[in-house]
Ligand binder design. Sequence first.
Ligand code: AMP
Length: 144
Amino acid sequence: MKAAAGHRARTESPVKFEFRHARTVNKTPAMKSTLFEKIIAREIPADLVYEDDLVAAFRDVKPQAPTHLLIVPKKPIPRVAEAAPADQALLGHLLLKAAAVAAQAGLKEGGYRLVINNGPHGGESVPHLHCHILGGRAMTWPPG
Ligand code: AMP
């Protein structure tokens, strides 16, 4: 299957990627700079399907499958490569809740795919750790 047209991160050089995300990495704690922080803070709209103290899940605005949800930690960890040992419980919670949200969306029987894109070659476009939950159709392998 072809990669989605216009997915900037798939063709971006690692140097450009670092430059584009420098603002996020260098922000002060008071600055809410990621799109997903703004969704969590209700500063921009989203179709939320689950929320607790640690994570939030909402529909992807550009779905790549009949069901395409994102689940994110409320703590703005930029990407999994920058998670710390202290984030271990949070990452476990994120995965357990991904499975619960997938089940709530009716995906348990048919199965689903969880995807975490990391960095420019991984196809990451939003520098706030998120796990894609994709289902409602059979997925292909290898991924594009
Ligand atoms: P990634 O490419 O792995 O960083 O995934 C980022 C995802 O965020 C993409 O699938 C986008 O379609 C999705 N996205 C971007 N803006 C929004 C938004 N405002 N609400 C929901 N999903 C979004």
